[in-house]
Write a protein that binds this ligand. Structure first.
Ligand code: ADP
Length: 176
């Protein structure tokens, strides 16, 4: 599913983010930038050890913020590592932090002059964010950015599995 927003495009696809050819892909990392499981593990396996070396030098990333490394062996030139919140009960600032993780990533891409970026569904795996709420925040943040700024041309959500894809699609339909 694809929608035009001002001069930009927002796309939803079901798939594996490590195969993306956008300028950057986003990793759902942890604050130490030392993951292993989920999308983080997949990105480091596919991208090779140079990405982890760069992460080690950076040292860490606070929740809601983002850092950038090169893409190693990936087709994407860069990996933007962001840290989403661990979902507790929804009263611990989770929504703001999740929005901030998306927005910090987009702004970092913009600062680097990048035109296209792919996101996974941040925080919805090991960090247990309820999928529907997470999809609403992800989509609204991306749409608001595309409406306000014209530097980023393409934001893709690369969703792992049918359930995640269907939830994002349903929520996007409500927003357009
Ligand atoms: P978090 O700790 O932020 O919850 P996870 O990696 O556990 O991060 O999960 C985030 C999302 O990434 C989940 O929807 C999970 O299914 C998805 N995911 C896992 N592997 C991949 C992949 N190769 N490409 C895209 N998404 C993936």
């Amino acid at each position: 599913m694809e929608v035009k927003i001002a001069n930009g495009t927002l796309a939803l696809v079901e798939g594996n983010i490590t195969c993306e050819e956008t300028d950057a892909i986003v990793n759902a990392a942890n604050t130490r930038l030392m993951g292993g499981a989920g999308v983080d593990g997949a990105i480091h396996r596919a991208g090779g050890p140079s990405i982890m070396e760069e992460c080690r030098k950076i040292g860490g990333c606070p929740t809601g913020q983002a850092v950038i490394t090169t893409g190693g062996d990936l087709k994407a030139k860069y990996v933007i590592h962001t840290v989403g919140p661990i979902y507790q009960d929804g009263t611990k600032g989770e929504a703001e932090l999740l929005k901030s993780a998306y927005l910090s990533s987009i702004k970092l891409a913009s600062t680097k002059g990048l035109k296209s970026i792919s996101f996974p569904a941040i925080s919805t795996g090991a960090y247990a964010y309820p999928l529907k709420e997470a999809a609403q925040i992800a989509l609204k943040t991306a749409m608001d950015y595309l409406r306000e700024y014209s530097d980023i041309e393409l934001i893709r959500f690369v969703l792992f599995g049918r359930k995640t894809y269907d939830t994002f699609r349903e929520e996007l339909r409500k927003l357009i």
